[in-house]
Design a protein around this ligand. Sequence first.
Ligand SMILES: CC(C)(COP(=O)(O)OP(=O)(O)OC[C@H]1O[C@@H](n2cnc3c(N)ncnc32)[C@H](O)[C@@H]1OP(=O)(O)O)[C@@H](O)C(=O)NCCC(=O)NCCS
Length: 205
Amino acid sequence: MSAGLPWDFEPLRTDRLRLRTMTPADLDDVLDYQGRDDVSEFLLHPARTREQVAEAITLCTAHTRLEQDGDWIEPAVELDGRVVGHMYLHLHSVENLGAEIGWTLHPDAQGRGYAREAATALLDLAFGRLGMHRVRAELDPRNDASIALCRRLGMREEARFVRDLREPRAPGGWADTGVWAILDDEWAARRADEKGLGSARRLPA
Ligand SMILES: CC(C)(COP(=O)(O)OP(=O)(O)OC[C@H]1O[C@@H](n2cnc3c(N)ncnc32)[C@H](O)[C@@H]1OP(=O)(O)O)[C@@H](O)C(=O)NCCC(=O)NCCS
């Protein structure tokens, strides 16, 4: 068992954002991005209806503890009081101290470094308080924006599974899965370098 588990969700603050548990009051904000085809293009689910978003929020509110394999959290990314996206942290293996990270932003909030800022807070949490050894991201290799974010975070491409995912929206009905990852010592070295530069925001994007 990691020294940091079990862990109960607590809101995280970054320079510009707040990561906190979703609530039913977020429905309109969340529908605003989860209901869009351009946002869901490379997600595992198509754009959601209002009812599906309400169900997803209910599920999220019930997932606030990381303790056992399979536990996950999906905190809202709040900017100036509005939910502009969410992050995802999934505890894959307590034995191997492995987790998975994910991200989704409203298009209006993309291109401003918010995903990187929120992901940095979650990786600090995962490798710090939770004591994780490896964090991975799984993505559709056609998702250039997500790949660029992995690169900005210092993650390494480790695998590409070819046509392993049944995906009616992908050509031929199958999508590839790309696996990117970073280890605890790599993250620590990166953060030390960034602090040496004064601020993560001064790194090249
Ligand atoms: C994947 C996703 C979260 C990436 O979001 P993003 O906003 O591009 O990522 P970042 O937070 O790293 O922002 C980087 C951009 O902000 C710019 N930026 C502006 N101000 C910045 C700042 N203060 N700090 C850092 N970057 C800044 C960078 O130059 C970069 O711009 P570029 O894309 O033109 O090069 C987003 O595209 C998304 O939500 N996609 C839809 C859902 C999805 O596919 N999720 C992933 C499933 S695997």
